[in-house]
Design a protein. Structure first.
Length: 300
């Protein structure tokens, strides 16, 4: 007698099910865009610890090159970012604004300047922070050259950094790149160049979050720009709007001052396999930010 197949799959025997090892939990890295002035530091101090618990974060990276008054980083603002819950502070072309930060660049493993500055520049562009369970997280900071100042080639600098990791830190399979660059094309090219060689390539510098987050077939997460941690409403990329508008109208110099008000926190959450270092997912973060209109729900 024929019987119809059951629509429900057969349960595994109890002893088999109980002995199946659980997959290791992905390593969760939050990459935050440029922190702009006091409002950016304040939103990190107020919101980051909550996010660490809510998202079960293992590691937090933030670009701090605009944290002090909107341009540059000081020792005190650097320490403030660490107290807020940031594990690694990256930077960019404005890192040299305040000369007192140079000693920290030379001494602190949690602070990076772009690796493709010349060898005589203070500090380092690559750091490996050990993890309690073994291995480590490698963070590489690079600076773009398109529409930026003249520096060494970031692509060759990336090759040199990865060769160093392979030789001296082969167990640091989690590898995150902050590419501080102006041109979308240069950032996209870097993500493709490093495809399958790093866990993530996250762009910074423009302060405007892009909608192109993806994970490649090679296991590299990327986004052209993380955005910023700063005031979005009525500002020009986190700065007071009036002086910048006046500069566009007159072509005369105008001071840049961080806009006042409640700041948003923008970045991306990357999940990685702890063993291979490959990215499993990337999701954009817009915390404490204004709601964006859903095109499907916009009125006619």
């Amino acid at each position: 007698m024929n019987t119809a197949p059951s629509p429900f799959p057969a349960a595994a025997p109890p002893d088999v099910a109980s002995n199946t090892p659980e997959a290791p939990r992905p390593f969760r890295v939050l990459c935050l865009g440029d922190v702009v002035g006091r409002p950016g530091r304040t939103v990190l101090r107020q919101r980051l610890e909550l996010l660490r618990r809510r998202l079960a974060l293992d590691f937090v990276i933030a670009n701090g090159e605009n944290a002090a008054g909107g341009i540059g980083l000081t020792p005190e603002t650097f320490r403030e970012l660490l107290r807020a819950g940031v594990d690694m502070v990256t930077s960019g072309n404005h890192i040299w604004k305040h000369k007192e930060i140079r000693l920290h660049l030379a001494e602190r493993a949690e602070l990076l300047r772009p690796a493709n500055y010349g060898p005589s520049a203070p500090g380092r562009g690559l750091a490996v922070l050990p993890l309690p369970e073994g291995g480590g997280v490698a963070v590489l900071n690079l600076l773009g050259r398109s529409f930026m100042e003249a520096v060494d080639c970031p692509f060759r600098a990336a090759d040199e950094a990865l060769a160093f990791l392979d030789a001296y830190h082969p167990d640091a399979r989690l590898r995150i790149v902050d590419f501080h660059a102006e041109a979308t094309s240069e950032k996209r090219a870097m993500a493709l160049y490093l495809d399958g060689r790093v866990s993530a390539v996250c762009g910074t510098h423009t302060h405007v979050q892009t909608a192109d987050a993806r994970v490649s077939a090679g296991g590299t997460a990327s986004v052209t720009d993380l955005g910023m941690c700063g005031v979005e409403a009525d500002s020009v990329i986190g700065m007071e709007a009036a002086p910048i508008i006046r500069r566009f109208l007159t072509s005369l110099p105008a001071p840049f001052r961080p806009a006042r008000g409640e700041a948003a926190m923008n970045g991306a959450l990357v999940e990685c396999d702890k063993i291979s270092g490959k990215a499993l997912s990337i999701a954009l973060l817009r915390d404490n930010a204004a709601e964006m209109l859903d095109a499907a729900r916009m009125p006619d």
